[in-house]
Design a protein around this ligand. Structure first.
Ligand code: COA
Length: 494
């Protein structure tokens, strides 16, 4: 850095980088406290003696970031998280204020379009979303084609892709690749119609995935109920007259939906953007996001909490469980977070909501164990020194359980509201300045260098774990089949 007034000094908003391989110095501009990874492409060096050409040393420096630990892939105006301070804001509004005063659909409008709707705007948005709840009657066959014990997330993930097959108008492969990126009134109207459809049908498809496993007839979305009221109706109504879901459960579910609506660039939202960057239709992109959410490191944690609490059983078993966690034999599910290092602001709201729900459902038998676990962990130096606090999943599973949802339905209750966040990020990406760039990361190739093809007679068998296909046990083939013969040879010898 030069003295003040030194004309050769690098601009203050920049990084001065010296490549010690060549002695060259580079100035990399800083904007919004970030640097462009592509700026490092000019940092080139000659190959060292014996260095692999696959290192591409002469083609510019690469930025390695396994797991996106410090890579910003979007400029976003949607959600802000301060993990140190335990802050979560949607479009600038603290999550605590939204949970107290707003509702899921109003918050959906906010996340998608950037401002809180007026009364009329909110009413129109709700009307359109609910209008789009009805599925084509052919969809019944699709849902019925799953096995009775299919995981509801497998059904829902497939259903999003299936839904896209109905809307040729929403398919850039058919309509042209600028279908959603033009920003013209027609293009925006088309985009928003798909968004309304996806939010509207998410609850219907989730309810169909639920009912098909019970062998129950499907229910047409009712009129006159809220988004979560309609969802509860579609899940549970079996012909009773004037069936109205319990308002406290309806409200609690709405609060949980609002809390789960977005969480900036988590794994599933990033998957939606990664998939959407090829300009595929939004139904396929949302299906990809849903698949990502299905994983136990993402949407499955609330279910893991309940399984953990069941395994602990009674409050008196908590100390032994925590000792096992400290010996690293067990994981304290529902504690810790990649971003939040003090507290997850959503966990306080969920805890309060749990009390509201228990007033009508009765306390979950695992609540006392959960409270004992929470109290003991928050006092224990092992957890406090690692800044491990309960996250949103610690309490939400108990609410879902108290409401009577099966464990494998928990991720569905996360995916349905997250459709909003996925679409808010997708919409923002389609309309971003400069258009959409396909997301194509780089790799560090560490495999074999160039090799000559070896004829089969000259090959030496390569063996070893992971180096050959693993032996397979055919579960569908019985001993009797193996003892049968085909053209004189027993099947086991073939
Ligand atoms: C969420 C999570 C994946 C974040 O992981 P991360 O940011 O990579 O944190 P780290 O794995 O670096 O953890 C830091 C330390 O805390 C410990 N730790 C983190 N979460 C822990 C947990 N739930 N139980 C016990 N120890 C935990 C780690 O072992 C590590 O200890 P060490 O430094 O002695 O090795 C992790 O906290 C976790 O697995 N939590 C349980 C699952 C869960 O609730 N997921 C839902 C998140 S919303």
């Amino acid at each position: 850095m030069g003295l003040p007034g030194d004309k050769n000094a690098a601009p203050q908003e920049s990084l001065t980088v010296k490549d010690n391989r060549t002695g060259k110095v580079y100035t990399i501009p800083i904007a919004d406290n970030s640097i462009q990874a592509t700026a490092f492409k000019v940092v080139k060096a000659p190959f060292k003696k014996g260095e692999r050409p696959e290192n591409e040393t002469d083609k510019g420096l690469r930025i390695a970031d396994k797991g996106y630990l410090n890579t910003a892939v979007m400029r976003s105006e949607i959600t802000y998280i301060d993990g140190e301070a335990g802050v979560l804001r949607y479009r600038g509004y603290p999550i605590e204020q939204l949970a107290l005063h707003s509702n899921h659909l109003e918050t959906a409008y906010l996340l998608l379009y950037g401002s809180l709707p007026t009364k009329d705007q909110a009413a129109l948005f709700e009307k359109e979303v609910l209008h789009h709840g009805v599925m084509h009657s052919d969809a019944e066959q699709f849902f019925r084609s799953f096995r009775y014990d299919a995981h509801p997330m497998a059904i829902l993930t497939s259903a999003f892709a299936y839904l896209g097959s109905y809307y040729a108008e929403a398919n850039p492969s058919l309509q042209g690749q600028t279908l959603f990126t033009k920003g013209s009134p027609e293009s925006l109207a088309n985009m928003d119609k798909q968004i309304l459809r996806l939010i509207g049908k998410a609850t219907t498809m989730a309810a169909m995935a639920y009912r098909v496993r019970q062998g129950r007839a499907f229910v047409t979305p009712p009129t006159g109920l809220s988004y979560t009221g309609s969802f509860l109706y579609q899940l549970d109504h079996s012909g009773q007259e004037n069936y109205v879901p319990n308002p406290i459960l309806e409200k609690a579910l709405d609060v949980l939906f609002l809390l789960h609506a977005d969480h900036e660039l988590n794994a599933s939202s990033t998957t939606v953007l990664q998939t959407g960057s090829s300009l595929v239709d939004p139904y396929s992109a949302v299906a990809a996001g849903c698949a990502s959410l299905y994983g136990p490191l993402h949407g499955g944690a609330n279910e893991a909490v309940i399984r953990m609490l069941i395994s602990i059983g009674k409050p008196e078993n908590v100390p032994a469980f925590l000792e096992a966690v400290k010996r690293r034999e067990k994981v304290l599910s529902g504690f810790g977070h990649r971003v939040y290092k003090t507290s997850d602001p959503r966990s306080f709201i969920v805890r309060k909501t749990a009390d509201e729900v228990f007033k009508v459902t009765g306390k979950d038998e695992l609540l006392e164990t959960a409270m004992a676990l929470h109290e003991a962990a928050m006092k224990d130096e092992y957890f406090t020194s690692r800044r491990l606090a309960p996250n949103v999943d610690f309490w939400s599973g108990l609410i879902y359980r108290a409401m009577g949802f099966p464990l494998d339905f928990f991720p569905v209750l996360f995916a349905v509201p997250r459709v909003v966040g996925w679409l808010a990020h997708w919409r923002q990406m389609m309309l971003q300045e400069g258009g959409v760039k396909i997301w194509r990361p780089r790799q560090i190739y560490v495999g074999e260098g160039i090799r000559e093809y070896v004829p089969v007679e000259e090959r030496v068998a390569v063996v070893g774990s992971k180096k050959t296909p693993s032996p397979i046990v055919h579960s569908g083939i019985t001993k009797r089949t193996m003892l049968a013969s085909f053209k004189g040879k027993t099947l086991s010898k073939l």
